[in-house]
Ligand binder design. Structure first.
Ligand SMILES: [Zn+2]
Length: 131
């Protein structure tokens, strides 16, 4: 019986992982199929209806989860989740949190290059229009 609780959760997690992709919708619709097969073969009509109802809830929930938006591409502030795409100041314009970026190879080879934190203090046009 506990299997009946975890089985949909597994498919919902997989549908969430593949959300907004055809695989996510395929997983969401494939998950309830065993319920439908069992409901069709079971002799008890009441139990069959119960299984079909569960399959419908399971499938609709999965489709809803699969339809959830994927996160917008681009780097985001770790503190406030502000989209930092195109930010050159090194500071989040929303909350002032310093942006931690992994040091790049080019940066290590040219330590004299201006640091992103020192490059500009005021938010640029790209920062203001990114929201
Ligand atoms: Zn922030």
């Amino acid at each position: 019986m506990i299997f009946l609780a975890f089985y949909p959760l597994l498919f919902w997690a997989l549908a969430f992982w593949q959300r907004r992709r055809w695989q996510g919708f395929a997983l969401a619709l494939a998950g309830p199929l065993p319920f439908i097969v069992v409901a069709a073969r079971i002799g008890d009509q009441g139990m069959g209806l119960l299984l079909l109802s569960l399959a419908a809830i399971f499938g609709l929930g999965g489709v809803f989860i699969a339809g959830q938006p994927r996160r917008a591409p681009g780097e985001r502030c770790l503190k406030c989740d502000y989209l930092l795409e195109g930010n050159v100041t090194g500071i989040c314009p929303e909350c002032g949190e310093p942006i931690e970026r992994p040091r790049t190879r080019a940066r290590r080879l040219h330590p004299s290059a201006p640091s992103p934190a020192r490059a500009a203090s005021a938010p640029s046009e790209a920062d203001r229009s990114s929201r």
